[in-house]
Design a protein around this ligand. Structure first.
Ligand SMILES: C[S@@+](CC[C@H](N)C(=O)[O-])C[C@H]1O[C@@H](n2cnc3c(N)ncnc32)[C@H](O)[C@@H]1O
Length: 273
C-alpha cells in the first residue's frame, strides 16, 4: 500500500498518546482509590478507565471522523432502546429525545454511571436513561435484563415478540469478550422486536495492510490491558454479515478509511426480519 512512512508514524502515534494518557492517570487513580487495587483489581481497572475516559470520551465523541457517522446510526434509535457500553454518555447527544421512551444502558463500569446520568439530563433525557451494570455478552446482559424485569425471571427462553425497538452499540463490542461475539449478536437479534434495528458504529481489524496488521498484532498485547479491555482485532462486521434473520443488513466501512489505519470503523443499520 503506497502510504508514506511519515503518515504511518503519525497515525500509529495516536495510540501511544492514548496509552501515555492512561499511564498518567494510573498513579492518580492509585492515590484517589488507595486500597481498591488490593480489594478489587477489576474495580480498580474500571476506576482507572473512568479517570482518563472522562477526557478522551468527549474528545472522541465530537471528533470529525466519528460524529457524523455516529449521528447517522444513533439518531434512528426509537421507542424502547438498549444501549450496550454507553460509557459516560458522551454520545448521548445524538439521540432524538422525543423519539425514545426509555434507554436501558448496559454499562459494566459503574464508575461511569454518574456521568451517564448527568449527560442524559443535559441532553433532555432525564428519567429516560436507566443504567444497568452489565456487559454485552449474554451471560452478563440477560441476568441484568431479568433484574430490570424486562425479561421473565422464571423462563429461560427469550420472548418471541422481542423486547427492544432499537439496540445500539458504539465502540464497545471491542471491549466485550471476543470469543462470544457471535452469541452476543445472536442475543441482540433475539431481543429486538420484529422490524427493530441493531445500530452500531464499531472499530474492527484492519485485514488488508500487512504492516498495520503486524503492528496491531503487537499492540494488541498491551492495548486491552491499558484501554479497558478494548481489542484492536474486532470482527463484529463479519459476525453480523454471517448472521441470518435480518431483513436489512447494511454494514459499511466508513468512507474515510484509507486502508492502512489500525482502526477500521464500520457502521451498521440492521433491521430484524
Ligand atoms: C471506548 S468506550 C465507548 C463508550 C461510549 N460508547 C462512547 O462511544 O463514548 C468502551 C465502553 O465499553 C464498555 N465495556 C467494557 N466491557 C464491556 C462489555 N463486556 N460489554 C459492553 N461494553 C463494555 C466500557 O466500560 C466503555 O464504557
Amino acid at each position: 500500500m503506497a502510504v508514506s512512512i511519515i503518515t504511518r508514524i503519525q497515525g500509529y502515534s495516536v495510540h501511544w498518546v492514548m496509552l501515555a494518557l492512561a499511564l498518567v492517570y494510573l498513579p492518580i487513580t492509585l492515590i484517589s482509590h488507595p486500597f481498591l487495587l488490593i480489594t478489587s483489581p477489576s474495580s480498580f481497572r474500571s476506576a482507572w478507565f473512568e479517570s482518563y475516559f472522562r477526557i478522551l470520551g468527549p474528545l472522541l465523541a465530537t471528533s470529525d471522523l466519528q460524529a457524523g457517522h455516529v449521528e447517522q446510526v444513533l439518531s434512528r434509535a426509537k421507542g424502547t432502546v438498549l444501549e450496550l457500553g454507553p460509557g459516560g454518555g458522551d454520545q448521548i447527544y445524538h439521540y432524538k429525545a422525543d423519539q425514545v421512551d426509555k434507554i436501558y444502558a448496559a454499562e459494566p463500569n459503574t464508575f461511569l454511571h454518574p456521568a451517564l446520568l448527568r449527560n442524559a439530563e443535559k441532553h433532555g433525557l432525564k428519567g429516560k436513561v436507566i443504567p444497568l451494570e452489565a456487559g454485552a455478552e449474554p451471560g452478563s446482559l440477560l441476568p441484568a435484563l431479568k433484574k430490570a424485569r424486562l425479561l421473565s425471571s422464571t423462563t429461560s427462553g427469550l420472548p418471541e415478540e422481542g423486547v427492544f425497538d432499537s439496540i445500539v452499540a458504539i465502540k464497545c463490542l471491542c471491549s466485550a469478550p471476543q470469543d462470544q461475539l457471535a452469541a452476543t449478536v445472536a442475543v441482540v437479534q433475539a431481543l429486538l422486536k420484529p422490524g427493530g434495528e441493531f445500530l452500531f458504529f464499531e472499530h474492527v481489524a484492519n485485514d488488508s495492510d500487512k504492516v498495520t496488521m503486524s503492528y496491531a498484532w503487537i499492540m494488541n498485547w498491551i492495548w486491552p490491558v491499558m484501554m479497558g479491555n478494548c481489542h484492536l482485532n474486532g470482527k463484529v462486521d463479519k459476525v453480523v454479515l454471517g448472521t441470518g434473520g435480518w431483513e436489512v443488513r447494511n454494514v459499511q466501512t466508513i468512507g474515510e478509511f484509507q486502508g492502512w489505519e489500525v482502526l477500521r470503523y464500520v457502521k451498521g443499520i440492521c433491521r430484524k426480519a
